[in-house]
Design a protein around this ligand. Structure first.
Ligand SMILES: *Cc1c(COP(=O)(O)O)cnc(C)c1O
Length: 369
C-alpha cells in the first residue's frame, strides 16, 4: 500500500492533468487563469474516486470557469472572507468569536482543495500560517483562561507530520484550563491512508479529543474510509461530521439520507449541515435556504434523530452560526403551544397554569416552511 505522503505527492495540481475536462486548448487556457487565483489539488487516492465529468466528486475538486464569474458579475455580499474571520483574530490565524472557544489554524494545506472552500483566500498558498503564528496562537490560549475548547483547523491539521502534531497537541494539553480539543479535518474521507496506527498512538494520548470530519456525499465513504473511521472510533474519539449543502452535489433528499445513514453505520454523528457561505468564487454552489429546510423536513422524524444534523447559516460578516428549523411551532399563546409533527399533524400542548407568566415569550422559529 502506498503511504499517504506518496499519495499526496502525486496530487494533480495542473490544469493539463485534470480528469475529464475538455481537450480544447482555449478552454484549458481559461482554466489556467482560474487556477492562478484558486489553486488545484486532488490527491491520488481522491482522484481514483472521480469516476466521470460532473459526478459529485468531480464537482468538488475540478475547477470550472464559473469560479471567476463572481469577479465579473459581482454580488454585493460575496467576499473573500465572508465570515469576517480576519476581523475576529486577536493574534494571526486564531479566530476568537465565541466566548469560551477558539479556532486555531495549523496550516494552509489540504488533502484536496475544495472548489467551494470558505477559506478560498488562504488555502494552497503556503506561508500564511507559520511556526510563529502557531506559537502566538497557543500563547493566546494559555493567556486566556476563558478558552476551554479549541478547534484545530486550517487547512487540514492532519496534514501536519506526526512529530509536529504530537508537539502541538502536547503543548495544548499542558494548558490547565483547556478542557477539550477538537480537530476539524477532511482527511479521513479524502486521504484515509493518513489515519495510521502511529497517528492513532499519538492522538489517544490527548483525550478528551473530538473529531469533526467533513463529508459531503455517501460515495466518499469507501471501504478505506470506513477503516479509517473505525480506527479513530476504536481509540475513543467521538466522531462528528460537517457537511456543506452544495448545488449538484448533495442538494437532494435521497442523497442526504444515504449520507447520514452511512455515517451513523460508521459511528460518525452528523453534526452540522451548513448553508453555503457567501464566498467569492463559489456562488454557483449555493442553493436556496428552502432546499436545506426541505432536506431537514425529510429527515426529522422520518429517520433516527441522531442522523439529523443541525442546519446552520454561518451569518455573513461574522455573526456566527445560526440554527434553522422547519416550522414546528405553528402558534403559541401563554395558554398553549400549537405544534406540527413529522407527518404534518397538528397538536395542542397546554401550558401549565401555575408556572405561567404573563407575556412570557416563546421564541418562534425563524422559518415556517
Ligand atoms: C464553528 C465555529 C466554532 C465552533 O462552533 P460550535 O458550535 O461550538 O461547534 C468556533 N469558532 C468559530 C470561528 C467557528 O466558526
Amino acid at each position: 500500500m502506498e503511504t499517504w505522503q506518496k499519495l499526496l505527492s502525486k496530487s494533480v495540481v495542473k490544469v493539463e492533468d485534470l480528469p475529464f475536462i475538455p481537450k480544447d486548448p482555449a478552454y484549458q487556457e481559461k482554466l489556467k487563469k482560474v487556477a492562478e487565483v484558486f489553486p488545484i489539488r486532488i490527491n491520488s487516492y481522491f482522484l481514483d474516486q472521480v469516476k466521470s465529468a460532473d459526478d459529485p466528486m468531480w464537482k468538488q475538486v475540478v475547477p470550472t470557469l464559473e469560479e471567476l464569474d463572481d469577479f465579473i458579475d459581482r454580488h454585493e455580499l460575496l467576499d473573500s472572507d465572508p465570515l469576517n474571520e480576519e476581523g475576529d483574530m486577536p493574534v494571526p490565524e486564531l479566530v476568537h468569536r465565541y466566548p469560551d472557544r477558539v479556532l486555531l489554524m495549523l496550516n494552509n494545506q489540504c488533502p484536496i482543495i475544495c472548489r467551494f472552500c470558505t477559506r478560498k483566500r488562504k488555502i494552497g498558498f503556503p506561508g500564511i500560517v507559520t511556526r510563529e503564528t502557531l506559537r502566538q496562537g497557543i500563547e493566546y490560549i494559555r493567556n486566556h483562561p476563558e478558552v476551554r475548547d479549541v478547534i484545530m483547523s486550517g487547512g487540514d491539521p492532519l496534514l501536519v507530520p506526526d512529530k509536529e502534531l504530537d508537539r502541538i497537541l502536547g503543548e495544548l494539553r499542558s494548558i490547565p484550563h483547556l478542557e477539550i480539543i477538537r480537530i476539524g479535518t477532511r482527511v479521513p474521507g479524502t486521504l484515509p491512508q493518513r489515519v495510521t496506527p502511529e497517528l492513532c498512538d499519538i492522538l489517544k494520548k490527548y483525550h478528551p479529543l473530538y473529531f469533526n470530519i467533513h463529508f459531503n456525499h455517501p460515495d466518499e465513504i469507501t471501504p478505506e474510509v470506513e477503516k479509517a473511521c473505525a480506527m479513530l472510533a476504536d481509540i475513543g474519539i467521538p466522531l462528528g461530521s460537517q457537511t456543506v449543502l452544495l448545488k449538484g452535489v448533495n442538494d437532494d433528499v435521497e442523497v442526504m439520507k444515504a449520507l447520514v445513514h452511512k455515517l451513523l453505520k460508521n459511528r460518525v454523528k452528523p453534526y452540522y449541515l451548513y448553508q453555503a457561505d457567501m464566498t467569492m468564487g463559489t456562488d454557483h454552489f449555493r442553493t436556496t435556504v428552502e432546499k436545506g429546510l426541505e432536506i431537514l423536513t425529510a429527515l426529522m422524524g422520518h429517520t433516527s434523530g441522531m442522523g439529523v444534523p443541525y442546519y446552520v447559516i454561518d451569518a455573513p460578516g461574522g455573526g456566527g452560526k445560526v440554527r434553522l428549523l422547519p416550522g414546528t411551532v405553528i402558534d403559541h399563546t401563554d395558554k398553549e403551544v400549537i405544534v406540527k409533527n413529522f407527518e404534518g399533524k397538528v397538536f395542542r400542548y397546554p401550558q401549565p397554569v401555575n408556572g405561567r407568566k404573563k407575556h412570557q415569550p416563546i421564541e418562534k422559529h425563524l422559518c415556517n416552511a
